[in-house]
Write a protein that binds this ligand. Sequence first.
Ligand code: HEM
Ligand SMILES: *[C@@H]1O[C@H](CO)[C@@H](O)[C@H](O)[C@H]1NC(C)=O
Ligand SMILES: *[C@@H]1O[C@H](CO)[C@@H](O)[C@H](O)[C@H]1NC(C)=O
Ligand SMILES: *[C@@H]1O[C@H](CO)[C@@H](O)[C@H](O)[C@H]1NC(C)=O
Ligand SMILES: *[C@@H]1O[C@H](CO)[C@@H](O)[C@H](O)[C@H]1NC(C)=O
Ligand SMILES: *[C@@H]1O[C@H](CO)[C@@H](O)[C@H](O)[C@H]1NC(C)=O
Length: 443
Amino acid sequence: MQSSTLPVIVILALFSLPYAAFGSKSSHLCSDDFLHLEAYVGMNERQSTSCRKLTTLQAQFAWNFYRTSHNQTQVNILIGTKMITDAGWLAWGVNPDLPQMVGTRAIIAIKPPNGSSPFVNTYNITKDTKLYCSIQPSDIGLRVQNKTAQHITGTGFFTISATLILPESYNISRLNHVWQVGYVAEGFEPMVHSKTLQNFDSREILDLNTGQCQNIGHNRRRLRKIHGILNIIGWGTLMPIGVIIARYFRLYPFKLESWWFTFHYSCQALGYILGSFGWGLGLLLGHESKYYTFYTHRVLGICIFGFATLQVTQMLAFRLKPTKDDEYRKHWNVYHHFLGYSLLVMIPVNIYQGIQILKPDNTTWKWAYNGILVLLAMVVLALEVYTWTKFLYQRKGQARQKTGQGSGTSPQADQTQQKTDNKGSATSPQTDQDTSKQPISGS
Ligand code: HEM
Ligand SMILES: *[C@@H]1O[C@H](CO)[C@@H](O)[C@H](O)[C@H]1NC(C)=O
Ligand SMILES: *[C@@H]1O[C@H](CO)[C@@H](O)[C@H](O)[C@H]1NC(C)=O
Ligand SMILES: *[C@@H]1O[C@H](CO)[C@@H](O)[C@H](O)[C@H]1NC(C)=O
Ligand SMILES: *[C@@H]1O[C@H](CO)[C@@H](O)[C@H](O)[C@H]1NC(C)=O
Ligand SMILES: *[C@@H]1O[C@H](CO)[C@@H](O)[C@H](O)[C@H]1NC(C)=O
């Protein structure tokens, strides 16, 4: 039973992770409740309107436009997001230079905490804004008409609608637009937004004609997914399986001679290789994102790679230069197990850290990894129960035969000794007795 469970875990992991990363690619069409908003319906009645879900902050965006006689474009927009807090702000703007916050000519709607109706104004976002300076309503050098903000209590949508006259300098086939959501505001002044990936990726280059967009974070998001998959499979699945094999199949309850080592070694080696690629990709991502660092995730990631590298180099050193020095080997075993078990703690913690960063689009990731952990835990539990049952059963048998011949020579008897000494400790019964003689003699 147990030997068939491991492949199942691997298969499940392989299938559920790509789904977490790529399968949940929901359509870009707006949701029904957005399409039923009064503002959208009215807009669509007057002129055929395009609508898209934006990639971040659960925002949806509808627009239509026509060219005026002076080579200008009149654009009607509607942007909405579900506002969960009782106060906050929603911003949308265009940027004549680049798809970024600084330089954006924004329309910001503020929802005051006292429940009165929201107010909406235009703001010129500059470098100073980014340095935590205040922003006050101002002229933005564009004609903005009929700007309204609404909070629809039924669906929870908070929306801005407006009409802009864009001069020729804005290329409507490549319109840089930016949106943002914040939860604190004082009077007319929005306070700084959260600093999550979502808040940084909320900008794109949109083609108003076709609705096609070039999202700024697109490439990076794909790298993040590959980073997540490699790390979950490498560190999070293969390495624990390797440990399970070493713990339960080396001596007790199953003794699989040199077989266990081949499997242990290949799981660790493959896990290490995949994990290292994932780790390198993580470093690259961290290097690229000059705006933010995820400190805990980074430090833990570096520790994991460092510890694992120590494990692997030690292992290689032993295989190249087998030594029979028992004292040294005993110390090495303790150290090998210590590093191994601390890795087993750090890895899931850091995987959950990473999943946390993807908030709020991380539910599939969370469940995929929860599933892997639960399966691994079930296998360990089953093997542990089996180990103890076998052990207790054998001891009873031995006690019955005690009067007969001495039983100190069989491996099971050694096992028994060890077990009674180690009762309740985290390491396995067979731990620390000639762990690495097997691989060397077996290879
Ligand atoms: C309320 C005052 C605001 C403050 C203090 C503020 C501050 C910041 C800071 C510190 C960053 C981190 C990136 C960096 O350091 O370069 C950032 C990024 C960003 N913010 Fe704001 N922000 C504010 C309002 C807004 C508004 C109103 C918008 C939308 C119109 C917006 C959109 C963005 C975007 C898209 C990014 C991503 C990085 C970039 O484009 O530069 N922010 N903001
Ligand atoms: C509009 O643009 C075209 C070329 O892009 C130009 O020939 C024409 O003079 C412009 N018209 C006005 C009113 O600016
Ligand atoms: C808005 O800020 C930019 C600098 O980011 C400045 O060049 C521009 O003149 C400002 N526009 C208005 C209308 O104040
Ligand atoms: C703004 O709203 C008024 C009244 O609803 C309407 O008459 C006018 O056409 C609107 N302007 C634009 C540019 O949509
Ligand atoms: C606007 O962008 C499109 C697509 O990149 C490009 O082909 C076109 O020449 C641009 N128009 C202007 C006026 O810059
Ligand atoms: C709510 O707060 C805004 C500004 O924060 C203020 O202008 C408005 O009068 C307040 N409304 C009520 C009903 O207190």
